[in-house]
Design a protein around this ligand. Structure first.
Ligand code: GCU
Length: 582
């Protein structure tokens, strides 16, 4: 089902006007509803008396068979799986309720903004359904204007984490299907005409480009002002269309560079509204098989991450998790992070901006997708909008990835080309990539000829020589070639090890085994001229239902360079030592 009643709202944290953002984070009441009793009546149709009405008995005879006030409490933001033992593997329907009080009469417009809810979310206010959103990792907003008279209000969400073949992602992922409102929820007050998306960046030719989108009665007439106080810059620009500012108009702007991040507070304002975003100015392009930033080839010393917090095996959220995880990446010597396999928290990308880390951002178009289903494509496009419009202002974002390990085929390639077209339409200043699937058993020489190759700027290659296939001793001599004369990033490589488990390098699951695979992979990459970088899989062990070996995996993928509690393994230093030489 397509999203309805939702809008894309790219700025919450950057709204500084007093009283413009009220957090709804904290305790919410919740009811587990595996049979959707709160939504479906006896006839099997949606019932008008569903739990979203938040009814209370009015007489001693009233039969109401639910009560939010006496149900469990869930903290938002947070996955539900790690908050209550009975929810650990739960993937069904769960109701959230937050009561809040409005004290002053409405002024302007009010939206409720969700950082992300996995996977589908129906939004009700005071018993009325306002919106439906699907997609577990992107932001969305729902307008409440005109419904917030002074007094108490009941915001109810019907959330469903059930995996279905037509979803994005679909039935199987090598990550845990954490359900629920795992990112922040806010009430955002804006004027009648307000800025929905403000973008400023530098394109590959050094031109400063951007676009400001507004919504409201005066959106079309709106003229915008861009102010960069530090540069003494104040410029008028049109709204609703792409604009270009000559770089000299910014004076001696200092470039944002990996490792040397310079950010300028840019205030975008229209009559009555303004947002301020930190912006870094840098050029990003491909020269043959090199990735070039500000005219210099950069080797991407990377690491991959899932959005799991530094401990506890839970969904990551907020600036503290982001700072810890990206500090670990920088301790490794990384200048690049692959935020796999879906859109990470806004705080993560903002932190990468501040730390000067280049980012590979990604859509959860992962493994088997229903390539021929129009609604699946429509939702993938909606998730593409959420990914690009939220973060195209972030200097750290260098690569938009449209897929991970999807088997080549005509329907798949057409589907992915639609996503690529949408990304380029929204942002043609960044590089487009995908993590391609290299079929094992091709021997020493691997020729990459994925039909998607002509349509991406950078070729991502996932390969697990020395773990899933191939002889570790062959790895240093492996050769990779492609028809595309484009940069290759080894977007995944690695091996598993249980932290603290030691033995010979030939003994699987030992830290020594993992480190030996890294030694061999490093030797291979050193001999691979058109390799522009790597993002080994993965920084930290992470939860997944696919990994069941007792005493070793216990529900975790063990390819992390640190354990799920942050203990470093030998391979961490193996990689860090090499990165230090580059
Ligand atoms: C695949 C996949 C990852 C997975 C990894 C693994 O390449 O992209 O999501 O976790 O391999 O097998 O560990």
């Amino acid at each position: 089902m397509p999203n309805h009643g939702t809008s894309l709202f790219a700025h919450v944290g950057s709204r500084s006007a007093a009283g413009s953002v009220a957090s709804l984070d904290g305790p919410w009441r919740a009811i587990i509803d595996p049979y959707q009793t709160g939504y479906i009546g006896l006839t099997g149709e949606p019932t008008p008396r569903g739990w979203f009405r938040d009814f209370k008995p009015r007489t001693e005879r009233d039969r109401i068979e639910y009560d939010f006030d006496r149900s469990m409490v869930l903290q938002v933001p947070g996955d539900w799986n790690t908050q209550h033992p009975e929810l650990h593997y739960y993937e069904g329907t769960l109701w959230y309720r937050k009561k809040f009080t409005v004290s002053d009469p409405e002024a302007g417009r009010t939206f409720v903004h969700f950082g992300a809810v996995n996977h589908t979310c129906r939004v009700y206010l005071d018993g009325e359904e306002l919106a439906f959103h699907q997609g577990g990792f992107g932001p969305f907003a729902v307008e409440l204007t005109g419904r917030l008279s002074p007094g108490d209000h009941s915001l109810i969400l019907m959330v469903d984490a059930m995996r279905t073949p037509d979803r994005v992602p679909a039935m199987r992922t090598d990550w845990f299907n954490f359900g629920g409102a795992h990112r922040s929820v806010s009430l955002v007050r804006v004027p009648d005409t307000f800025i929905t998306s403000a973008w400023l960046t530098m394109d590959r030719d050094g031109r400063v480009v951007g676009q400001i989108e507004c919504d409201g009665p005066n959106a079309d007439a709106a003229e915008a002002t861009i102010t960069i106080a530090e540069l003494g810059v104040q410029l008028s620009v049109p709204t609703g269309q792409r604009f270009t500012i000559a770089e000299e108009a910014l004076g001696d702007v200092e470039r944002w560079h990996p490792g040397r991040p310079t950010l300028y507070d840019v205030t975008f304002s229209i009559d009555g509204d303004q947002v301020t975003e930190p912006v870094g100015f840098r050029t990003l392009e491909v020269h043959g098989t090199d990735i070039v930033v500000n005219g210099e080839p950069v080797f991407l010393k990377g690491i991959s991450l899932h959005a799991e917090g530094p401990s506890g095996g839970r969904r990551a959220a907020g600036p503290d998790d982001a700072a810890t995880l990206l500090q670990w990446a920088q301790d490794l010597g990384a200048n690049f992070v692959r935020l796999g396999h879906y859109q990470h928290d806004e705080a993560m990308v903002a932190e990468a901006d501040r730390r000067g880390l280049l980012v590979w951002a990604e859509l959860p178009v992962y493994w088997g997708i229903d390539w021929t289903n129009p609604e699946t494509l429509e939702n993938a496009l909606e998730q593409t909008d959420e990914l690009v419009l939220r973060d195209r202002c972030r200097a750290s974002v260098a690569l938009w990835s449209v897929a991970n390990e999807t088997l080549p085929g005509e329907d798949r390639t057409n589907f992915l080309r639609s996503l690529i077209d949408r990304v380029r339409e929204l942002d043609d200043t960044r590089l487009i990539t995908a993590a391609l699937f290299t079929l094992p058993g091709q021997g020493i020489e691997t020729h990459i000829d994925d039909p998607l190759g002509p349509f991406v700027d950078v070729i991502g290659v996932n390969q697990y020589y020395g773990w899933y296939y191939g002889d570790r001793d062959d790895i240093p001599n492996l050769k990779w070639s492609s028809d595309f004369n484009k940069p290759i990033i080894f977007s995944e490589l690695g091996a598993g090890a249980k932290a603290g488990h030691h033995g010979s390098p030939t003994q699987i699951w030992t830290e020594e085994f993992q480190a030996a695979v890294y030694d061999a992979q490093i030797a291979m990459i050193a001999n691979q001229p058109d390799c522009a970088g790597l993002s080994p899989w993965i920084l930290k062990d992470f939860r997944t239902p696919l990994r069941a070996l007792p005493g070793i995996q216990d529900g975790y993928n063990r390819k992390g360079l640190v354990s799920e509690e942050g203990e470093r393994k030998l391979a961490f230093e193996t990689l860090a030592a090499w990165y230090r030489t580059l």
